[in-house]
Design a protein around this ligand. Structure first.
Ligand SMILES: O=c1ccn([C@@H]2O[C@H](COP(=O)(O)O)[C@@H](O)[C@H]2O)c(=O)[nH]1
Length: 231
């Protein structure tokens, strides 16, 4: 839901049904529309992924996670780069709740990053090695999964098990623009690689017929899952 206006976002939501997909609210729409829009979509039955990627001192991140959980969202995330103490604080804030408990995932290496970016910011090794290190931190802290590129999904599953979610942005249907993403796969490739949740933004939001693109991605995913089940 990376739209510049609530009206545009709501226009797309009105063409979709909960169950066909989830809604991801990130920094741009949240900064514009705030928590009331998230609450309204939750009330309407949507699973909302609040993608605010909290990254701060442990106490602040814990407070932000509690606030996100109070909105009733389905999933919330933090940056694994915040380190073990911050991840533990986020886990305690969410895991210690009675009642609604959102899934808690950690961003490993942004899908817009490649080797050149990691070298520039001083993150050691290849992107897949940094993803593995940060997945180790998220797993040790008891999180529900990580955000990574689908290119690393198989390795994350091997490292942390089937139940540990692999949430994958950087998904691009064949023929669509790569934009600023660097580590990408198609929906079918992402499913085959072991992604559990596909994140698709601009290929949908910038399409002339967004609901048609959502349907076509859902079909591609369903066909891939069926083919996999038949093996
Ligand atoms: O590593 C990451 C983590 C989050 N994102 C977010 O996902 C969407 C992707 O949008 P596209 O338009 O499909 O590129 C966007 O909201 C990012 O903030 C990510 O891309 N990579």
């Amino acid at each position: 839901m990376d739209y510049d206006s609530v009206e545009e976002a709501q226009r797309l939501v009105d063409t979709l049904t909960p169950g066909s997909c989830c809604l991801k609210v990130g920094k741009s729409l949240f900064t514009r529309a705030g928590p009331r829009l998230v609450e309204a979509w939750v009330r309407d039955g949507w699973d909302v992924f609040l993608d605010l990627k909290f990254h701060d001192i442990p106490n602040t991140v814990a407070g932000a996670c509690r606030a996100a959980a109070d909105l009733g969202v389905w999933m919330v995330n933090v940056h694994a780069l915040g380190g073990p103490a911050m991840l533990a604080a986020a886990k305690t804030a969410i895991g210690g709740r009675t009642g609604h408990r959102p899934l808690l995932t950690a961003v490993t290496v942004l899908t817009s990053h490649d080797q050149t970016t990691l070298d520039a910011i001083g993150l050691r090794g290849a992107p897949q090695d940094a993803v593995a290190r940060l997945t180790g931190l998220a797993t040790a802290a008891g999180l529900d999964g990580v955000v990574c590129s689908a290119q690393e999904a198989a390795r994350v599953r091997a490292q942390s098990g089937d139940d540990f979610r692999r949430v994958t942005p950087g998904v691009r249907p064949r023929g669509s623009a790569q934009d600023d993403q660097r580590r990408i796969l198609t929906p079918a490739e992402a499913m085959r690689a072991g992604a559990t949740d596909l994140v698709v933004g601009r290929p949908v939001t910038r399409a002339s017929d967004p609901p048609q693109v959502v349907e076509s991605i859902a079909n591609e995913v369903a066909i891939t899952v069926q083919a996999h089940a038949g093996r």
